[in-house]
Ligand binder design. Structure first.
Ligand code: F6P
Length: 550
């Protein structure tokens, strides 16, 4: 299937949309007591409840048909088999190889890559153990107390999200810091509290050319050399993770300290590689491998489950249902677990850098909506920030809510309140509150009729606002790995149905090129007139106002 909108299943879905758009989920639940069981799935202890969606059996069947007609199963096998489905860069897409626990080979250009994948994982294990057991010593013989990951995008968001999510599994006499912003405040704020003697830098960059990362890496190297009087001592305080080994060595990273990644793993899919070094140091290699195993279990589920019982396939189809038929332009990720506070940011890159595309696989402009705006925040905090819009705004914003049944250090008073909120909010978004219910409430409160009439319209909740809920026993490394991989595969399925390449990112290039040109102008310091009037005006105002030393 090329253009999905010309498919039979899409036409059928148009009809299903017209049929169901006016129906309320409140009535769907009332009419079908078995709805929750019909529209929920399990993977290990992960429950995926998708019953609070504007679907019924007919819609669900048509959505599954869309996935089948789009060839999701064929494309899935093409990905796992290492075909160059990233066709504009002529590359396979094999982040799944990084967590492959089976014995069968994974081939790239006919060569089994599993030996080198497992060799790098063993190196990650070795370094993580050495740092955590204090065998790895700095130039002055002291153990490492602080690890600073310098990277951006997929070289930052994945490890940062995982380190934060798995805090309970981390040792606490070793601090992990993340620097990604080229704004000097970021690295200054981080280093001002650290000592070169006890700091290890991880320069994480697949290309080893990203300006943000290289400027920070230069500053880190200078900070070290300011204390270490011998460049060879850098090897005790700096490692690199990259697909560009030569560039890392030229930068001054000892060759034995360079960890490899491969061009058949996209940056935003690389947290399972040595890009996850900071994660492995934080939580230990055993927990890191448990996270890989969780992702592997999601891969097996995605590869083996029938489409209608396939969690990432259902996640993807529901997203397309609202994005392409209900006209929803955004989707929200609302974790209720505080340790998942970086998950929305991670999924923003995974989703929006993958499917924020306007040209299809054949080079034609798409005539339909593709990737949505994905945002999110901890659910509890969001209830006091943007839930007003979710409940009573004019926009339909489908949301995923996620919560653990139990925390690592569970305090019942906190956790029961937390869980009550996630259940209540999903119920309120779905059920809403009718005019009759509001009137009864205001009358019971004894308000005068005039005040009731005045307030009534403001207190009605339309409801019918869809949510998916993920519940799982606890946020352990394996569960995190499974959840993240499920979202990766959701993005993949949507890309297949939208007939786009989810694995290149040409859209990030223009800004980078323009920034390099403007940096040259800013360094020259002369007034500019080479741009549009706004850009000229902004640059010249900056040049006029900035202190000489800057
Ligand atoms: O945002 C563009 C991008 O290339 C991402 O895809 C990538 O994760 C990030 O920049 C960092 O790239 P690198 O790891 O090569 O420094």
């Amino acid at each position: 299937m090329k253009n999905p909108t010309t498919s039979k299943s899409w036409q059928r879905l148009q009809g299903e949309y017209e049929r169901i758009r006016g129906q309320h989920m409140r009535d769907m639940f009332a009419a079908d007591p078995g709805r929750f069981h019909r529209f929920s799935l399990r993977l290990n202890d992960i429950l995926f409840d998708f019953s609070k969606n504007r679907i019924d059996g007919g819609v669900f069947e048509a959505l599954i048909e869309l996935a089948r007609e789009a060839g999701v199963e064929t494309w899935r096998e093409r990905m796992f088999r290492g075909e160059p489905i990233n066709h504009t860069e002529h590359r396979p897409v094999l982040h799944t190889a990084l967590r492959h626990m089976g014995d069968e080979p994974v081939r790239v250009d006919g060569r089994d890559v599993m030996p080198e994948v497992r060799s790098e994982l063993a190196r990650v294990r070795q370094l993580a153990d050495a740092v955590r057991c204090r065998r790895w010593r700095g130039a002055s013989g002291q153990p490492i107390t602080d690890v600073v990951n310098i990277g951006i995008g997929g070289s930052h968001l994945g490890p940062q999200m995982a380190v934060e999510a798995l805090r309970p599994y981390a040792i606490h006499d070793l601090a992990i810091h993340f620097v990604n912003n080229i704004d000097e405040n970021h690295i200054n704020n981080t280093l001002e509290r650290l000592s070169p003697d006890t700091t290890l830098f991880i320069i994480a960059s697949k290309s080893f050319t990203t300006q943000d990362t290289m400027v920070n890496a230069d500053t880190a190297r200078a900070w070290l050399l300011n204390k270490l009087d011998d460049e060879t001592l850098l090897s005790r305080h700096m490692v690199a993770v990259t697909a560009n080994t030569r560039a890392a060595i030229d930068f001054g990273v000892a060759e034995e300290n360079v960890f490899r990644m491969w061009d058949w793993v996209g940056g935003r899919y690389s947290m399972w590689s040595a890009i996850g070094l900071a994660t492995a140091i934080a939580i230990g290699p055993d927990h890191f491998e448990s996270m890989l195993r969780g992702a592997w279990e999601a891969d097996c589920h995605f590869r083996e489950a029938p489409l209608e019982q396939n969690i990432p396939v259902v996640m993807a189809l529901l997203g397309i249902w609202y994005n392409n038929f209900f006209g929803a332009q955004a989707t929200a990720i609302l974790p209720y677990d505080q340790n998942l506070h970086r998950l929305p940011a991670y999924l923003q890159q995974a989703d929006m850098e993958s499917n924020g595309k306007g040209v299809d696989r054949d080079g034609h402009p798409v005539g339909y909506q593709t990737g949505p705006v994905l945002f999110g925040e901890i659910g509890i905090a969001s209830q006091h920030a943007f839930y007003q819009l979710l409940h009573q705004g004019t926009k339909l914003v489908p949301a995923d809510m996620l919560a653990p049944v139990s925390n690592y250090r569970c305090i019942a008073r906190h956790h029961r309140a937390l869980m009550s909120n996630i259940f209540a909010q999903a119920e309120a978004l779905m059920m809403g509150k009718t005019e009759a219910e509001v009137r009864a409430e205001l009358e019971a409160a004894g308000l005068p009729e005039e005040e009731i009439e005045f307030l009534l319209p403001y207190k009605v909740f339309p409801g019918n606002r869809p949510t998916n809920t993920f519940l799982f026993y606890t946020l352990d490394p394996k569960t995190l790995g499974t959840l993240v991989a499920l979202y990766e595969h959701k993005v993949f399925v949507q890309g297949v149905i939208w007939h786009i390449n989810s694995f290149d990112q040409w859209g990030v290039e223009l800004g980078k090129v323009l920034a390099r040109n403007i940096l040259d102008e800013v360094n020259r310091g002369e007034p500019v007139d080479s741009h549009d009037a706004s850009t000229n005006g902004l640059i010249n105002y900056y040049l006029h106002l900035r202190p000489r030393r800057n």
